[in-house]
Design a protein around this ligand. Structure first.
Ligand code: FES
Length: 165
């Protein structure tokens, strides 16, 4: 009889407490891990050098044969004119010396004109009118070992130094 009244009571309390505790410990560790990962990413970005990579000032203008005599070719990407005159090749900066606008060759007028404030230059870069304070600079130009015309946009030279090919 006593056996029939006997009830087994299973208390789940201690087991639940441990699980709850473990749950919160794991939750805390997870939060710390996420915060640590975020801090690591931020620190890496902060400590990485913030460098701007500028393109090389050296421009490969290609083969001289691709420029007919008496042609003026604007390379918009590099901001230079490659000019094949009867005397030889030369390169001019296409950037206006007033406030830095990109100029344009006007074949019908035979001049280089700035669209911003009206400065005008001869094909040799000499200022003819407008607010530009200086002529368009001639840029160092040479022929590479491979036979390509090369221009250094960062190095200006004296005018009338032609490259003969
Ligand atoms: S920027 Fe060329 S005239 Fe002003």
């Amino acid at each position: 009889m006593a056996m029939a009244d006997e009830k087994k009571t299973v208390t789940a309390g201690p087991v639940d407490d441990v699980s709850r505790r473990e749950f919160f410990v794991k939750l805390g560790l997870g939060s710390l891990s996420i915060a640590a990962a975020g801090t690591t990413v931020f620190a890496y970005q902060f400590l990485s050098p913030n460098v701007l990579f500028e393109p090389s000032p050296i421009v490969n203008a290609g083969k001289p044969e691709s420029y007919p005599v008496d042609s003026v070719t604007l390379d918009v990407n590099s901001g230079i004119y490659l000019i094949h005159a009867k005397e030889g090749f030369f390169a001019l900066s296409a950037v206006c010396t007033h406030l830095g606008c990109l100029t344009a060759w006007k074949p019908e007028l035979g001049i280089i004109a700035c669209p911003c404030h009206g400065s005008k230059f001869s094909r040799e870069g000499v200022k003819q009118e407008g607010p530009a304070p200086k002529p368009l600079p001639w840029l160092r130009t040479w022929v590479s070992d491979e036979g390509d015309l090369m221009v250094d946009r960062d190095t200006s030279i004296r005018p009338m130094e032609y490259v003969r090919v």
